[in-house]
Design a protein around this ligand. Structure first.
Ligand code: SAM
Length: 280
């Protein structure tokens, strides 16, 4: 068992930052960003806009997908000298479809204290607006290549959870096509430009969304309704049960109903067995 206290020093702070509106940052986040020795971020140009807005002069260094492995080790060494640091991303929370995993992994292995300073994530804000049922599965970005993306979707096909994806506008059309192809024409909620000037919420069928794609720009979250079992056609089973009540054996009742409805009796037999198992 590994138990970690968040109060040892030095501390690695995982700090949530805005997803568009600079005002969406906590007072505690601003204080921590002022107090730590260094702030690590994905893109120093993007994060310096936020820091400048709040007159934060803490040194900023890059920590991104391309230097994550080596930089994580450097950061841990720097922390071992007694320095508190913060990790932020371009938007929202680090780690959530953003760099940070390697750093947290190394911090845990090196017994370095970690804590989080809460802030928004695009997917939590989107889910609240989605009117989709719990539970949900946050997937992040699907793979860009069609075959790989459709394989991923295939693995999610029978999940009854609402499926949350991040997507870029230039890939939206291909992604929606794959969703229709693999998951079917499901209900979708699309959150666009959350917390920004052109924020928009779209509730539609996947096929309806496809028609509107040329108008959909900016940052977006897609939430797809989970798998719903097809409604069982109870009528034919009711008919079978009625025949049984009238005195027929189950096999004969199935034959009779198959004849009545002009359907295949072997198929009806299989369906009836399934239906009985599910309803016993
Ligand atoms: N770390 C971020 C978080 O906590 O949500 C996510 C970073 S991920 C690299 C960027 C993706 O998040 C975008 O492509 C988009 O899918 C989604 N996203 C970020 N900001 C958004 C916003 N304001 N509105 C809608 N989606 C947003």
């Amino acid at each position: 068992m590994l138990r970690k206290s968040a109060n040892l020093s030095p501390i690695l702070y995982l700090v949530g930052t805005p997803i568009g509106n600079l005002e969406d940052i906590s007072l505690r986040a601003l204080r921590i960003l002022k107090e730590v020795k260094k702030i690590y971020c994905e893109d120093t140009r993007t994060s310096s806009v936020l820091l400048k807005h709040y007159n934060i002069t803490t040194p900023l260094e890059s920590y991104h997908n391309f230097n994550e492995e080596t930089k994580a080790e450097t950061i841990i060494e720097y922390m071992k000298e007694g320095n508190d640091v913060a990790l932020i991303s371009d938007a929202g929370n680090p780690i959530i479809s953003d760099p940070g995993f390697k750093l947290v992994d190394l911090a845990i292995k090196n017994n370095v204290a970690i804590t989080t300073i809460p802030g928004p994530s695009a997917f939590t804000q989107a889910f609240m607006m989605s009117n989709m049922p719990f539970p949900f599965l946050f997937y992040g970005f699907l793979k860009p290549k069609k075959l790989e993306r459709e394989k991923e979707l295939n693995e999610l096909k029978y999940l009854k959870a609402s499926l949350i994806f991040y997507e870029a506008p230039h890939r939206l059309q291909d992604t929606i096509k794959s969703i229709i192809e693999v998951l079917g024409d499901r209900e979708i909620y699309l959150a666009r430009e959350l917390t920004k000037k052109f924020e928009e919420h779209i509730y539609a069928k996947a096929s309806e969304l496809l028609e509107d794609i040329p108008n959909l720009k900016g940052e977006m979250v897609l939430i797809v309704k989970g798998y719903e079992e097809e409604k069982i056609d109870t009528d034919k089973f009711t008919l079978i049960n009625e025949q049984i009540k009238l005195g027929l054996k189950a096999n004969d009742a199935i034959k009779e109903v198959a004849k009545m409805l002009n359907i295949d009796k072997k198929e009806l037999y299989k369906e009836y067995i399934n239906y009985k198992q599910q309803n016993e």
